[in-house]
Design a protein around this ligand. Sequence first.
Ligand code: 8X3
Length: 241
Amino acid sequence: MNLAGKTAVVTGASSGIGAATVRKLRKAGVRVAGGARRLERVEADVPLALDVTDEESSRVFVEAAVEALGGIDILFCNAGLALGRVPFTESTEADETTVLHTNVDGVLRITRLALPHIRDGGHLVFMGSIAGRQAYPHGASYIASKFAVRGFTYALREDLLGRPIRITTVDAGLVETEFSVVRFGGDREKADAVYEGIEPVTPDEVADCVLFALTRPPHVNIDEIVVKALAQSSGARVVRA
Ligand code: 8X3
């Protein structure tokens, strides 16, 4: 399926998988509205400020995107984060709140606000994680949030069944982005250690998965794509050189 002339809305568009997907969509001829808190880093046709944890910011974002684009063919709910890699006994209310408000509430909110503007033939894509399929130690709030994203997309598929809207989740494993730097509170050494001795997946390679789902024939729905580094079998089991 040719994407040229379509429109897309991407959250978390300032870096990593979001930015890579914006680039690839634009290259495919899609007009993209990209949202992020770091507006100055969004390279989209329509760069917009967005805090998915805030209802008003999200409402203004979707309204501005729709006004600029005229309607939405593709929504990529990508914004998300993890905080900490500690036993749950050491988890904090502040970290849990941020993770759940961003990864769960933010996804439901943006989807709810955007849905009335999704055109027939539209496609909703969600950034999941292998953490939403199988737990690993010391990541409870992130794991809970990504299991919730998977549950939400399953529920959404039920509620939208019969409508011409496709739904895809991309569940990624080790992808080298700012994800680990954020997770470890800016500690680059700890973040680098996550990808040490393995070849992680790149943001471009995840964006390729998104584009693959988007470019299938309209009657074909790719429900889920699970993409991991070859050197890992799960979030917990990684073989390093
Ligand atoms: C990121 C993958 O394994 O760090 O979603 O949870 S993992």
